[in-house]
Design a protein around this ligand. Structure first.
Ligand SMILES: *Cc1c(COP(=O)(O)O)cnc(C)c1O
Length: 399
């Protein structure tokens, strides 16, 4: 299909929630690269928003999916599912969780986490303890309840009334958090690096304080690791950087390497609040999705990709600081592992992103001033050096 034909059909029949998309349609991908309908080659430094963790068309992932397709794709959760049990065990082995539930997306995993926090608190402390504190500029998903959890008015206002029971406090602000906690509070829900609002890592001091307050007030800690989990930040889960374990955490984006799957992961005592019938899903954790998740763990282990994310991410961030010292347009470079933000002093981010795309480099922009870079975990130093050269040449024009 030609690009203009795709655009015409999309404009006519798809709900216009994405506005004018970037005028590219991809046909093939392999490793770090994608090719569009005109045969043009691109380097992918965005991974479908931190999703394609092992790059495109990875042999091991594709083989696992094909093998499962040839056996059976789906069966109901009324039956035991071998791949589901194996993937849950794998997540438990690699994390602080004791039990896992699978959903189909990030938002849905967060819905599950919120339900679990509420039922746990209701059973243990009574019905008044239901409120969840989240951060302003957070992002937790697009369902009505996760929009209510998300601390951004632009996602909420069109859809009021929202799900009640959410309060938002400023990131890294200890006083505000302390004031927000009441006898109604049941949990604090956080992203350890805020992805959608510009790649802002939480400070260690703040998280230490959050943990202290949670202990003192019998609050659950929920970490939304949908973007930061599965090796993205150079550890399997971002909480490992901070040395603070959550009671509940959620996964999605990188977990299936592009196949839709989300997970609610929790400590035994919390997970046990769910009794048969309290939660469920038709598709969640189906054999094909779990085959993808298992293949991703296998690839991360065999190719040492979590280590790679740490090494290569640090390397890139160091080189970016050098760039920053040479170029006045860069205000700040920050990130953790392979989740990296570059903030400019002026509103050039969209222009820079578009020019990179023209040159065959896919990166993301957040708002008007910040770029988000989140390549597959297979990225090499050499790949990054090519991106740096392109960025350097482009940014020099704004000096
Ligand atoms: C992407 C994302 C979500 C939502 O995931 P979906 O799969 O789009 O529903 C939630 N939280 C965070 C931190 C995310 O990055």
């Amino acid at each position: 299909m030609k690009l203009n034909e795709v655009i015409e059909l999309d404009k006519k029949h798809y709900m216009n929630v994405f506005g004018d998309r970037l005028p590219v349609c991809f046909e093939y991908g392999k490793g770090m690269k994608l090719w569009d309908t005109n045969g043009k080659e691109y380097y992918d430094f965005f991974s479908g928003i931190a999703v394609n963790s092992v790059g495109h068309s990875h042999e091991v992932l594709n083989k696992a999916l094909k093998e499962q397709i040839d056996k059976y794709i789906h069966c109901s959760n009324l039956f035991y599912i071998d791949k589901q049990a194996l993937l849950a065990s794998k997540i438990v082995e690699k994390s602080c969780a004791d039990r896992v539930f699978f959903a189909n997306s990030g938002a849905e995993a967060n819905e599950g986490a919120i339900k679990l926090a509420r039922i746990y608190s209701k059973k243990n402390f009574g019905p008044e303890k239901f409120e969840i504190i989240t951060l302003t500029n957070s992002f937790h998903g697009r369902t009505l309840t996760t929009v209510s959890a998300t601390g951004q008015a632009k996602y909420q206002e069109p859809f009021t009334p929202l799900t009640p029971g959410f309060k938002h406090v400023e990131i890294n602000n200890i006083d505000e958090l302390e004031k927000a906690i009441t006898s109604n509070t049941c949990a604090i829900m956080l992203e350890l690096v805020q992805g959608e609002s510009g790649v802002h890592p939480l400070s260690q001091d703040y998280l230490n304080f959050v943990k202290k307050l949670a202990n003192k007030n019998q609050l659950l800690l929920i970490f939304d690791e949908i973007q930061t989990g599965m090796g993205r930040t150079g550890k399997y889960f971002a909480y490992e950087h901070y040395g603070i374990e959550p009671d509940i955490f959620t996964l999605a984006k990188g977990l299936g390497g592009g196949f839709p799957i989300g997970a609610v992961c929790a400590k035994e005592s919390i997970a046990n609040a769910f009794k048969p019938g309290d939660h469920g899903s038709t598709f969640g954790g189906n054999p094909l999705a779990c085959a993808a998740g298992l293949a991703i763990f296998e690839i991360l282990e065999n190719e040492n990709l979590v280590y790679n994310a740490n090494e290569i991410g640090n390397h890139f961030l160091e080189k970016l600081s050098l760039l920053q010292s040479k170029l006045g347009v860069i205000k700040d470079c920050r990130g953790l592992g392979l989740l990296i933000g570059i903030e400019f002093n002026s509103a050039i981010a969209i222009d820079v992103r578009n020019k990179c795309l023209e040159k065959g480099f896919i990166i993301g922009s957040i708002g008007t001033n910040t770029l988000r870079i989140a390549p597959p975990l297979i990225v090499s130093q050499k790949d990054f050096d090519s991106l740096l050269l392109v960025l350097y040449r482009l940014l020099a024009q704004y000096e």
